[in-house]
Design a protein around this ligand. Structure first.
Ligand code: AMP
Length: 212
């Protein structure tokens, strides 16, 4: 099974992907997390990607396509959940080609629909545990101890690209470069829309129904 999560930054893809991947034994491939790991390890790829990420721009397609292609083969799971990829039509087309070669295809693409006003509200207060990746929020999902992870006690971090200027750019980049990907999957016929403004549990239920 291959599932693709689509939606703006802050739409809740990462939160839902973690739960769904666990429940359905899927390999969760989050390109943002993979890139942040490369940055943290100061690899050549990470160093090249960091400036794009900090500004809220997309990392070039050839880098991203290479990164995902290498991971599509051989994971020991019941399938793959792509979170944050594809983000351009060129990435979607390259993914289709790679899957066709492997005699498979995207089973479901899920669009998390959230208004821009709500996206800005969510992104502004976001914090993450750098150790176990658990997400927090200043208003909706506070840790018990200020700026410490409830699960592992690590100091929470705030992403450089959650600062206001980068957030504005990420939403602009999403509107211009990523929304055409929705049309791509609409044409393919596997796109399902989920109301991402509902509670986390309600979104989870809708996802389960969408995947079947
Ligand atoms: P995310 O954690 O998904 O919000 O991704 C953080 C940042 O990583 C994005 O703002 C981009 O700079 C970069 N990134 C993640 N996935 C992709 C992708 N598929 N294509 C290009 N850049 C990406």
């Amino acid at each position: 099974m291959l599932i693709v999560f689509l939606g703006a930054p802050g739409a809740g893809k990462g939160t839902q992907a973690k739960t769904l991947a666990q429940k359905q034994n899927l390999t969760h491939l989050a390109t943002g997390d993979l890139l942040r790991a490369e940055v943290a390890a100061a690899t050549a790829l990470g160093l090249a990607a960091k400036a794009f990420m900090d500004r809220g721009d997309l990392v070039p397609d050839d880098v991203m396509i290479g990164m995902i292609k290498g991971r599509l083969e051989g994971p020991d799971s019941d399938g793959i959940l792509l979170d944050g990829f594809p983000r351009t039509v060129a990435q979607a087309t390259a993914l289709d080609e790679a899957l066709t070669t492997a005699n498979t295809s995207v089973d479901r693409s899920i669009f998390f629909k959230v208004s821009e006003e709500e996206l800005v509200r969510r992104l502004a207060g976001r914090a993450t545990c750098p150790n176990c990746q658990r997400p927090y929020h200043d208003t909706f999902n506070k840790p018990q101890n200020t700026d410490k992870c409830d699960d592992c006690g690590s100091d929470l971090i705030r992403r450089e690209d959650d600062k206001p200027e980068a957030v504005r750019n990420r939403l602009k980049v999403y509107a211009t470069q990523t929304t055409p990907v929705l049309e791509h999957y609409q044409k393919v016929g596997n796109l399902v829309e989920v109301d991402g403004e509902q509670s986390i549990d309600a979104v989870q239920e809708d996802l389960a129904a969408a995947i079947g």
